[in-house]
Design a protein around this ligand. Structure first.
Ligand code: 13P
Length: 248
């Protein structure tokens, strides 16, 4: 049985003091959560998050990392820096980073390889735009994104990655994919991993759905055979809502 994982992508929200307050509010609400609980605040809030999450079952993830070890890369953050803080997960290739910060499938792959080399667990985001869905290329596109992201990743490493299927048209729009749409693409991803590796790896990989997940729809989404939890934006900023999702 795969563990279900509820991860909150806080995006560019919350200051360090607000981070402490939100985690303090969330911790008692999720202490017996069925799902693994991860919060991913912005980089400057990571020390506050790690501190606030100490002694709780809340794990902390970053929203990005750079694929070089160190050096003249102004503004970037390395895997070692994240590990030194006590961060254990990192979101890679979110559609907002692909759209606004020129991330490509190739940079996503480099970041995935670096995260795995260093022992950080990547949460790899894939998903299509509305135009691509209407063109009928969702499965092809998502398969390509997964295949490139996992280039050079061994079977043992692949078992530790989380893949988040996030249709771009469902992000921040309140327009959730239907349960059937979400399950169909998550199954496509699992089948693709089975082709790339084997059934064992495909069975082990955690595949999340993301895109307007909320307290009202998480239980149904997470009950699907191939959906192992969610990557949650807006609803993860409210402790009560995220607690419901984490307990779904
Ligand atoms: P929303 O839950 O706000 O739609 O955001 C989803 C997302 O992008 C999580 O990474």
């Amino acid at each position: 049985m795969r563990q279900t994982v509820a991860a909150g992508n806080w995006k560019m929200n919350k200051t360090p003091s607000e981070t402490r307050a939100l985690i303090a509010e969330l911790a008692p609400l999720v202490k017996d959560a069925k799902n693994k609980v991860i919060v991913c605040p912005t980089a400057v809030c990571l020390p506050a998050a790690v501190e606030a999450a100490k002694g709780t079952n809340i794990l902390v993830g970053a929203q990005n990392l750079y694929f070089e070890d160190k050096g003249a890369f102004t503004g970037e953050i390395s895997a070692d820096m994240l590990l030194d803080l006590g961060v254990s997960y990192v979101i890679i290739g979110h559609s907002e980073r692909r759209q606004y910060f020129a991330e490509t499938d190739e940079t996503v792959n480099k970041k995935v390889l670096k995260a795995l080399e260093k022992g950080l667990n990547p949460i790899i985001c894939v998903g299509e735009s509305l135009e691509q869905r209407e063109q009928g290329i969702t499965a092809d596109l998502v398969r390509m994104q997964v295949k490139i992201a996992l280039q050079g990743v061994s079977a043992e490493q692949a078992k530790t990655v989380i893949i988040a299927y996030e249709p771009i048209w469902a992000i921040g729009t309140g327009k959730t994919a239907t349960t059937e749409q979400a399950e169909e693409v998550c199954k496509t991803i699992r089948d693709c991993i089975c082709e790339l590796y084997c059934a064992d790896v495909a069975e082990a990989v955690i595949i999340q759905y993301g895109g307007s997940v909320n307290a009202g729809n998480s239980a149904e989404l997470f009950s699907q055979a191939n959906i192992d939890g969610g990557l949650v934006g807006g609803a993860s900023l409210k402790a009560a809502d995220f607690a419901v999702i984490a307990n779904s």
